[in-house]
Design a protein around this ligand. Structure first.
Ligand code: ADP
Length: 240
């Protein structure tokens, strides 16, 4: 679903946010991107969402090389990807229903079909009963769920989330992750940037660790463990 091939991203000013990064995410995977602040997590997601373009290298999403997506085609490209942000990015002067409907309105989906899709999305995050409420009357966790409903309302195959639990306490964070997991169970691929290692460990998903714009080198312990394992396998092979 995602192929990042030798990608470097240099921002104006000369800072390399990503350096020669390569990674793959298969269809149907749920993968976390971890790393300290400034490691390049958001930049990676922004390249996938075509908010930024790589300085060099290839970003290929569901078989499409983003290099070939012209500016005019970016909105259509983005419609295939659901995006969830830490700060919700909701329209606070509009009710929940309108917030979730927004991507459909932009895409020109008819009113009746849009209403059906909005209610299906709100149902998936258990907020059907709050469709008429203003976002500020909802809790932080509920607001994040509205953001998730908006991200999935067009039924994207890929969902990317940038620190989606950054403002939530541990219980609400787990609830959000459970919602993501349910999407994953029905085939949605998810790439989630988070530095909440304890939460990720609870979920047991694959983790891609970034450090200064590259894949983090394996911890020494892991390297030793791998050598021991390899020695044991080789030992058996050579009857040691
Ligand atoms: P993370 O999400 O892991 O905190 P980011 O991808 O936001 O990391 O940032 C990686 C590096 O790129 C940081 O050093 C950050 O300061 C820099 N950076 C991010 N966005 C920009 C930008 N628009 N212009 C210049 N530098 C940026």
């Amino acid at each position: 679903m995602i192929r990042i091939e030798d990608v470097t991203k240099r921002y104006p000013g000369g800072h390399d946010a990503l350096r020669g990064l390569s990674l793959h995410v298969d269809k149907g995977e749920m993968v976390f991107v971890t790393g300290h602040s400034g490691a390049g997590k958001s930049t990676l997601l922004r390249l996938i969402a075509l908010i930024e373009r790589p300085t060099s290298g290839q970003v290929i999403v569901d078989g499409q090389n983003t290099r070939r997506v012209t500016r005019r085609r970016i909105p259509a490209y983005r419609r295939q990807i659901g995006m969830v942000f830490q700060d919700h990015k909701l329209l606070y002067d509009r009710p929940v229903f309108d917030n979730v409907a927004l991507p459909l309105v932009i895409a020109g989906v008819g009113h009746r079909e849009a209403a059906r899709k909005v209610r299906a999305a709100l149902d998936q995050v258990s907020l059907l009963h709050k469709e008429k409420q203003a976002p500020e009357t909802l809790s932080s966790g509920e607001q994040q769920r509205v953001g998730i409903a908006r991200a999935i309302v067009s039924r994207p195959k890929l969902l990317i989330a940038d620190e989606p639990t950054g403002n939530l306490d541990p219980d609400l964070s787990l609830e959000v992750m459970r919602i993501f997991r349910r999407f994953n169970e029905v085939g949605v691929t998810l790439l989630i940037a988070s530095h909440d290692i304890a939460l990720i460990d609870q979920l047991g998903c694959r983790r891609i660790a970034l450090e200064n714009g590259t894949l983090q080198v394996e911890e020494e312990e892991d390297v030793v463990a791998e050598y021991v394992e390899r020695f044991q396998t080789d030992g058996e092979r050579w009857h040691l």
